[in-house]
Design a binder for this molecule. Structure first.
Ligand code: BEZ
Length: 237
């Protein structure tokens, strides 16, 4: 039986169900996570509209939206600014800002207005030691069943690495689909760890494809898993 432990300071954790909310966004109202059932969702916060690091992040993320969508993942942004600020900022981005060769970028994923900080507070995105008036750069990965699977936080002054967000997404989908774990710096096509972390010790005896395994010791076995096999299974799921 799954046990949900209550969290008195409202700081969602990995393995929790994503807290539910309804919100106004630049793409209309959303009901999260219900509207995203059956899909992965990345809910991420940024400190403020019309700020440079956030602008570079939005241009980068929006430019990669299609890549995430092909991996069955939708993006949802949030800041404690209002809707009209969001709309004006996104228009400015599209009309005036070029960053690393990316220009005329239209942000078509929803950007939540959260002037009351209700959603940001629910998700622990307001971290007063950093700022009590702005959300930190939080990233919540929510799986198709509405469970939080990974959380990443960055401070106000450092932009996120969107290649890493994509890598983490594909890694989680790979661990789910192939019952393996992904080692340090793993990229699709690199060897994976068998069996999944936490059940070490009898890897070689348990595996059917023993000949394909490379056991460095009793607790550390890897096997090959081709990028094409992964992408085939994930992108055609
Ligand atoms: C920025 O996005 O540039 C930023 C926002 C808030 C504080 C510091 C930097």
């Amino acid at each position: 039986m799954e046990v949900q432990v209550s969290n008195p300071i409202s700081m969602p954790r990995i393995g929790d169900k994503a807290p539910q909310f309804k919100a106004i966004t630049t793409q209309g109202e959303i009901n999260f996570p219900a509207d995203y059932a059956g899909k992965w969702a990345i809910l991420f916060s940024h400190p403020a509209d019309f700020t440079p690091v956030c602008t570079s992040e939005f241009i980068t993320f929006a430019s990669q939206q299609e890549k995430f969508r092909k991996a069955n993942c939708e993006l949802i942004g949030l800041s404690v600014d209002g809707l009209y600020s969001h709309i004006a900022w996104l228009r400015t981005i599209r009309e005036k800002i070029e960053y690393r060769g990316m220009k005329d970028v239209e942000v078509t994923f929803p950007l939540i207005e959260d002037i009351t900080m209700e959603v940001a507070t629910k998700y622990g995105m307001i971290q007063p030691g950093e700022s009590s008036t702005k959300a930190v750069r939080a990233v919540f990965f929510v799986d198709p069943a509405g469970t939080i699977r990974a959380i990443i936080y960055y401070p106000l002054t450092i932009g996120r690495n969107f290649d890493e967000l994509y890598r983490a997404l594909i890694a989680m989908q790979t661990t789910d689909a192939f019952s393996v774990a992904c080692p340090a710096d793993w990229q699709p096509g690199d060897d994976v760890i068998v069996p999944t972390a936490g059940s070490c010790g009898v890897a070689k005896e348990r595996m059917e494809d023993k000949e394909n395994m490379d056991c460095k010791d009793w607790f550390f076995c890897t096997k090959k898993l081709g990028k094409e096999e992964i992408m085939d299974k994930l992108l055609n799921a």
